[in-house]
Design a protein around this ligand. Sequence first.
Ligand SMILES: Nc1ncnc2c1ncn2[C@@H]1O[C@H](COP(=O)(O)OP(=O)(O)O)[C@@H](O)[C@H]1O
Ligand SMILES: CC(C)(COP(=O)(O)O)[C@@H](O)C(=O)NCCC(=O)O
Length: 445
Amino acid sequence: MLSWFSHPYPSLGVFDDMQDFEEGVDVPDRSKPASAPKPGHVLAASPAGDHVPRPRYTSRSAAGSDGGSLSSEAPFHPPMPWFGMDIGGSLVKLVYFEPEEVLPQDAEQDVELSRTIHKYLTSNKTYGDTGIRDAHLEMRRVPINGHFGTLHFIRFPSSAMEKFIFLAKTKGLSALSSTICATGGGAFAYEKLIKQSVNLDLHKSDEIDSLVSGIHYLELNHPEESYFFENPLDDSKCRKVPLSIRDLYPYIVVNVGSGVSVLLVESRTKYQRVWGTSIGGATFLGLCCLLTGAKTFDEAIALAAKGDHRHVDKLVRDIYGGDYGRFQLPGDTVAASFGHMLDPERRKNAKPEDLARAVLVTVTNNIGSMAMMCAMNAKVDKVVFLGNFLRINDLSMKQLSHAMDFWSKGKFKAVFLEHEGYFGAVGCLLEYMSLAKAGTGVVDA
Ligand SMILES: Nc1ncnc2c1ncn2[C@@H]1O[C@H](COP(=O)(O)OP(=O)(O)O)[C@@H](O)[C@H]1O
Ligand SMILES: CC(C)(COP(=O)(O)O)[C@@H](O)C(=O)NCCC(=O)O
């Protein structure tokens, strides 16, 4: 990469393994049948095993999935709690919508259980050892399908998914609803286990559809969701500048999760996956664990912030003695990632922080150059980067900003979004609401 700077990061906590996610929760006994369903409600077919029959719900109004259009009719009440879940290769993202008004429910126990779940989720910022609520991302008074409320953003490692399912089973979450909406690869991978363990049907929403719909919703409902960096490499002048991408179609979306997916988004409804690479966030973390002994993403980023990749990477000037002028390659451009590691002496002296930084630069460079090619190929000049690889990772965001600007001679702009890795889960929540609304039979009677 061109030039680098360091940035100290606070460690935001370690979550290695999800234990006792339910700590401190006191919920009603769900083994007893709920009160009788109200007249007019159709019961879900009584599932086998220890399940309580559940009333189904009927929608009563229509509102746009962008949440922006409030219907004059009474808002419908799909089964609560209202969640969208994105089960990715590394992290499960859970978005929970807490309506401002108290909604009528069908059974007293449901009200009680909803309240307990609500209290547990909103009064804690951590759950067990590994669950985290990103309170700084919380959004108040946002509309979804005729309701106003607060969106809460929660994540835990995908490796804790089985414990989460066990928690849902022991605490009776499944008795509130017959279906949950999930997206991400885990929606496919865990479908059978969820059905067997808690008898919940998983409505699978495609991760690309959910992502685009989540971006659209947050762009509409969160005024400063998207921004770019001005003077990204100059600490004294660098600043975040808001830039709404709401009407900026077409743009490229680069989702840096475990791997990387690249989308060309031409409108709210017209988009396609155009490229991908397996060198993504999990590559960064996996290689850092291997090379530096770091155990978590936060540790790896903190290490990288202290390191100097030039002790590890071979630069153009290490080969040319300066710039490669004919092709405008500055001397401080990385010529060969990890190129110095062929030298036994340098290898012996390589510090963990330099290695972590070199891994970060390698992965980021690769993503940046792929994004450039995709943007050039599609003839678009805005590239929106998201995914949790960018969480607490200003280093990569600034590197991408600078690279896009430099290599395109100022034509391309790198744009970032505040809710980094949560768009799929938001889209999935909207999908849940609209399924109930549309009377598809998936959530509705
Ligand atoms: N607390 C964390 N634990 C694990 N990975 C994290 C964490 N925070 C950020 N990351 C980074 O985010 C990537 C996962 O991003 P995400 O958008 O959630 O993708 P996925 O849907 O594949 O899980 C990881 O590979 C890692 O680089
Ligand atoms: C398979 C995936 C869509 C899964 O999404 P993720 O959990 O990484 O967010 C993604 O990892 C990906 O696009 N990988 C790159 C595959 C490729 O095109 O080479």
